[in-house]
Design a protein around this ligand. Structure first.
Ligand SMILES: O=C(O)CCC(=O)C(=O)O
Length: 417
């Protein structure tokens, strides 16, 4: 089945070569087996990273600390946040009750559309993780039959829990976004918060449960050889800001500037704020949308609840003029959130999706993005240009396509649109 799909797509790709001129793109396809291995990549036992800034929301210097944290690390931990602990534990317990139900019950709200219940599959482009999850939209314009079913079938579990939690976290989110605008010296304090506060804001609540080591099948444990299961693969969050709260199970890691992974200590009393792609764009790259991932198989199961603050779908997002100084160039073009969101849904988790916003896009980065969408079974590939070769599939798993750089760009843009 996978083979048939693969050769169809390869044929399509090779046919395209006739339209383009004399350069060869070689894509080395390292398929299938590697995709399975994706579940088992991470090496265990990293020391806990202590470099994530801690911001006290009630501190007079909070706005400066928030800005510094978003610039330097892309994340910070918020304490004294004002969200009642009772709201947090209520939703956490309700979610745990749901996850404890028989699989057949949970599967009624699956697969997510994209809201509802999901198990192992993240999105529809082949990303897998060792977790189960629930996804709710906070935008009434978004109709999701699966999420509606979930709420109808479990009214005692979710009716007020999700709403109350979301309301409280959104309030805290807006407070932080206003401090952030202030700290950046932006005149209108609500430049970020109005996007999340808008009743059409396309924000999402996600609840993830990752199994503890004791829940993982013994054979899998052995195959890991001391490594860890990937619970949620590496990615950046596409929205403006993500607010993560977890129980005391470890697992969250961020990618540091030198490319190494650092484990973040869990703290069930606080929230981690994570800069999203849109905030990186709006600040013209000043804030960093930090790559992160989660390892499963800690000594207790990890339960996390993440509020993703997003703007209304039709909102145009681009660098804020007041943050692009005269000496600087604007690094990103304008896109609506709908356009960016649609493109992210078509990409793989680990793709550098911000490429779509970039003004100077390289052919190779756009092509990588498209390849993941059109060759979802491809795990690793390398790209290169060669002159005058024959444009055929020359060995198992190696695809050569004739294209010049401009043709690649228009080919990829057509596919993305
Ligand atoms: O579950 C977590 O702790 C984080 C998950 C995450 O990064 C996500 O849902 O985007």
């Amino acid at each position: 089945m996978v083979g048939a799909k693969c050769s169809d797509r390869v044929d399509k790709c090779v046919n395209l070569t006739e339209k383009f001129n004399k350069r060869i793109l070689t894509m080395v396809v390292d398929s299938h087996e590697a995709a399975l291995n994706e579940l088992f990549v991470a090496k265990a036992c990293m020391p806990m990273f202590t470099g994530v800034p801690v911001v006290d929301l009630t501190h007079p210097q909070a706005k400066r600390l928030i800005v510094e944290a978003c610039q330097n690390v892309g994340t910070f931990k918020l304490v004294n946040h004002g969200v009642p602990f009772e709201l947090i534990t209520r939703l956490e317990n309700e979610a745990l009750n749901f996850f404890m139900q028989p699989q057949s019950h949970k599967d009624k709200a699956s697969p997510p559309d994209p809201f509802g219940y999901g198990n192992k599959e993240i999105g529809s482009n082949g990303d897998m993780g060792c977790l189960e999850y629930l996804l709710f939209s906070t935008n009434p314009e978004v109709i999701s039959p699966k999420a509606t079913l979930l709420l109808q079938q479990n009214p005692q579990i979710f009716r007020t829990g999700v709403e109350d939690y979301t309301r409280a976290v959104k309030k805290m989110c807006c407070e932080v976004l206003e401090l952030m605008a202030d700290g950046l010296g932006i005149e209108s304090r609500d430049v970020f918060s109005r996007l999340v506060r808008d009743e059409r804001s396309d924000s999402i609540l996600r609840i993830n449960r990752y199994p503890a080591s004791g829940e993982v099948n013994a054979e899998v444990e052995e195959a890991l050889g001391g490594g860890n299961l990937i619970g949620f693969g590496e990615h950046t969050d596409p929205q403006i800001i993500s607010i993560l709260r977890s129980n005391n199970a470890s697992g969250l890691q961020i990618c540091l500037q030198d490319g190494t992974w650092a484990s973040i200590p869990s703290d069930h009393t606080s929230f981690y704020f994570i800069v999203g792609d849109l905030l990186q764009v709006m600040t013209n790259g000043r804030f960093k949308s930090v790559k992160h991932r989660v390892l499963a198989g800690s000594s207790i199961s990890r339960l996390s609840m993440i509020y993703f603050g997003g703007p209304p779908l039709n909102e145009k997002i681009g660098p804020l003029p007041s943050l692009v100084s005269k000496k600087e160039e604007s690094l990103y073009k304008e896109l609506t959130w709908r356009e960016y969101k649609n493109a992210t849904y078509k990409s793989r988790l680990s793709d550098n999706r911000l490429t779509l916003f970039e003004k100077s896009v390289t052919a190779s980065s756009l092509l990588q993005l498209t390849c993941h969408r059109h060759f979802p079974f491809v795990n690793n590939f390398s790209l290169g240009y060669h002159d005058e070769t024959d444009g055929q599939m020359d060995k198992k798993g190696c695809v050569s396509v004739l294209m010049d750089k401009n043709s690649i760009i228009s080919f990829v843009q057509n596919m993305i649109n």
